[in-house]
Design a protein around this ligand. Structure first.
Ligand SMILES: C[S@@+](CC[C@H](N)C(=O)[O-])C[C@H]1O[C@@H](n2cnc3c(N)ncnc32)[C@H](O)[C@@H]1O
Length: 162
């Protein structure tokens, strides 16, 4: 498969998964946390489809197109290992949905990320809240939920906090 085919599959799956979760969370209170602004594509999709939710976005740098950059109150700049742990005063409520898009493509880096980010995500998610991650996470207080039909297994991982 060409890299172009692979990219198209990845972003198509992301859109399907985000749409699936957008339909799952109306009853769950709390903000959305987007871990990894990147180009801003998934943030923009969430913002367009969840106009009444507060969305806080985390990244170490802003490299998104200008129309997809959150305002200063909702862009949390820095290393997520530090900012997610100490974002409570700004974010306040526990999240209804956390989207974690931090996969590096390097298995060692991804395993290290999984180890430090899993407990932080657990801490920041409210009861009944959903986590979608490109990396598998270690979340003992969550149940893993099925991907929408047609999405290849292990492309993404979905969890609901018990
Ligand atoms: C794959 S991109 C996100 C793509 C985004 N979802 C989109 O649709 O455009 C991952 C982003 O996470 C950021 N990132 C990765 N690890 C990070 C870390 N430990 N702390 C802060 N930012 C991080 C990178 O700077 C990059 O912008």
């Amino acid at each position: 498969m060409s890299r172009l085919d692979s990219f198209i599959r990845r972003v198509t799956a992301q859109r399907e998964i985000l749409n699936y979760i957008i339909d799952l969370i109306p009853e769950v209170e709390g903000p959305v946390l987007e871990l990894g602004l990147g180009n801003g594509r998934t943030y923009d999709h969430l913002r367009e489809n969840l106009p009444d939710r507060e969305i806080f976005v985390f990244d170490r740098a802003i490299n998104a197109s200008p129309q997809s950059v959150p305002d200063g109150d909702h862009m949390i700049l820095g290393e997520i290992r530090e900012t997610l742990a100490f974002c409570g005063p700004r974010v306040k409520a526990k999240a209804a949905f956390i989207h974690c898009d931090l996969g590096s493509g390097d298995p060692t880096t991804d395993l290290a990320t999984r180890a430090w980010i899993s407990p932080m995500i657990s801490e920041r998610t409210g009861q009944g809240g959903i986590v979608a991650s490109g990396l598998s996470l270690d979340l003992p207080d969550f149940e893993e939920i099925a991907l929408p039909d047609g999405i290849q297994k292990k492309r993404y991982f979905l969890y609901r906090k018990l």
